[in-house]
Design a protein around this ligand. Sequence first.
Ligand code: FAD
Length: 394
Amino acid sequence: MRKKIIIIGNGFSSLFFIQYLLALQFVPFFNFFYRKKFSPYDITLIGNGEFIYFPAIPEFITGSKNNREIRVDIRPYLKRRNIHYINDQVTDIKDGGRTIVTKHTQYTNDALFVGVGPAFQEDDIPGTAEFTYSPCRGPDDMDAFMLALNALKEGVIYLGFKLNKADGFVAGRGGQMYECACLLDYALKERGVRDKFEIHLFSPNIEPDEKGAITDRLSERGIILDYGYEPAKFVKGGLQDEDGSTRKADLVLYSAGITGSELVKKSCLPISKGGQIEVDKFGQVKGLENVFAAGDCASHEEPHQWVPHQAHMAQLRSQAAAKNMRSVLKRNKPTQTYRYELSCILNMENDAMWLHMSSDNKPPFWNIFPRRSKILVHVKNFFEGAYLFYLKYL
Ligand SMILES: Cc1cc2nc3c(=O)[nH]c(=O)nc-3n(C[C@H](O)[C@H](O)[C@H](O)COP(=O)(O)OP(=O)(O)OC[C@H]3O[C@@H](n4cnc5c(N)ncnc54)[C@H](O)[C@@H]3O)c2cc1C
C-alpha cells in the first residue's frame, strides 16, 4: 500500500523537499513511468500552482528582471514527477496533522510536509500596510513601487527593515533591503537623477555605530544611514516619530519581521515564541508524528543567532526533512540533521559581495568564487537561470 504524503505550498521549501524525496530526478521522462509503477508514495501537493523566484525581486529596480519572468507554472514539474496537484488553499490542519482542511474539501495523509512560507508582522508599526511598499509582498507590490518611483523626478526615499528575533535567529529580510538600497542608488545614477534624491536606510535592529563591509558599501553610495531608528508609525508623506514630528518621505520600501501565517497560528501545529512552527533539528514538527516543516514558516531548534530565513537555508532543511520522512515512513528513527548556512550574493549591479557564514566554517563552493567582484552578479544570474530551467524543463 502506497504511503499518502501531502505537501502544502509550492515555494522553495516544498520544491526542494520534492527534489530530495524523489530519487532519479535527472531523467524525468523515465522517472515518470518508474514512479507511476514503483513509487512507494502517493504524493499530493496543495498550493496555487505558481512558483515565485523571490530573490530576483530587488532587481526590478534596475529593470534587469520583471514580474513575468520570475513566475513559473509549477504544474508540469509536478506532473513529470507523478505528483497530484490540487489548486486550493489550506485553511486548517487537524488531528495531529493527519487531516488537511482546504477552502473546498479535506484530505487525509500518512505524512505531511508544511512549506507555507512566512507572514510579516505588518501590525507592528501602524501604517505599514497603508503607506509602505515591500518586495516581500511579492512582485506585484514591487511593480507598484516602481511605478511610483518612476513618476518621481526628485524626492526622499526611505528603505528599512525590522527583524523578529524572538526565536533566537534572524526572521526578517535585512540583506534584501540592503540590496534594494544599493540597486536604487545605481538605477537613479543611470537615470542621471541621483543628486535629486535622498536615500535613507533604517532599521531598529542595527546598532547606530555599526561598521563593516555592508555599511561601507552603503556609505560609498551616499546612502544616509538611520541605523537604530524605528518610526512610531508610517503616515501619508512620511514617517512619524514618538514626539509627533514627521520625517518627509515620498516613498517607503519596508520589510517587517517574519512570523507564522494565520494558518500556522490557527492549526494544531505547535507555535514558537516568534509565532512560527516549532520544529526539531530533524525538521519534525514537535509533538506530532510524521509531520515535517521547513523554510520561512518554521523555527529552528537551538539556532545560531545569525541564522537567516533564506531559500538556501530552506534547501538545507528540506533535504534533511525529506530523508527523515523516508526514514519514519519505514518505521525507523530520523537521523539527518542540517547545517546552518547564510549564503547569498548582494547584487549592487556595479559591484557584488558574497555574504557568507556557516556553522561548520565551510566556505561557499570551495571558495572558487571571489567574495567581492562584479562577476558575482553573473554568478547570481546563472544560479537563477539554472534553477528556473530545472523547474520548467527537468
Ligand atoms: C525580495 C526578496 C529577496 C530574497 N533574496 C534571497 C536571496 O538572494 N537568497 C536567498 O537564499 N533567499 C532570498 N530570499 C528569501 C527566500 O525567497 C525565502 O527564504 C524562500 O522563498 C522561502 O521559501 P518557502 O518555501 O519557505 O516560502 P515561499 O517561497 O514564500 O513559499 C510558500 C508557498 O506556500 C504557499 N502557501 C502559503 N499559504 C498557503 C496555504 N494556506 N495553502 C496552500 N499554500 C500556501 C504559497 O503560495 C507559496 O507557494 C528573498 C526573499 C525576498 C522576499
